[in-house]
Design a protein around this ligand. Sequence first.
Ligand code: DQA
Length: 145
Amino acid sequence: MLEIAIINGPNLNLLGKREPDVYGHASFEDFLEQLKKDFPKVNFTYFQSNIEGEIVQAIQSHGFNKNGIILNPAAYTHTSIAIGDAVAAIKTPVIEVHISNVHAREDFRKISHVSAKSVGSIVGLGLKGYALATEWFLTNSGSIQ
Ligand code: DQA
């Protein structure tokens, strides 16, 4: 089994209720159920927090024992040097995912403290971005560690 941790940052617990025109109508929990069905060969661990230090903690604890981390640090993407440092500190490759197209929004969303330390970034493709990141880990895991 491929082990993938999904780590979501602040306000993503409100997906489905929060600005649905930007983030869609699905809750992450419902989406995750579907993702697990679509990828039966992957064992997903899911963690969401609104607290910066807890996200650093999750990156550290999954960062040496998973095949991949799919990370959406939400607003902390644009502000958190600590989360960027955590991504740089670990062994597990990270794919950064944003549901919305951060480059088509406010200027402050164009800055990311994690992009340069990640294998790659998927932005603006909705929740599908998490599935695309999973597919990448399925076909590339092992070759980049
Ligand atoms: C987000 C984009 C961020 O700019 C924003 O603060 C979020 C969600 C996204 O997935 O599109 O909370 O990371």
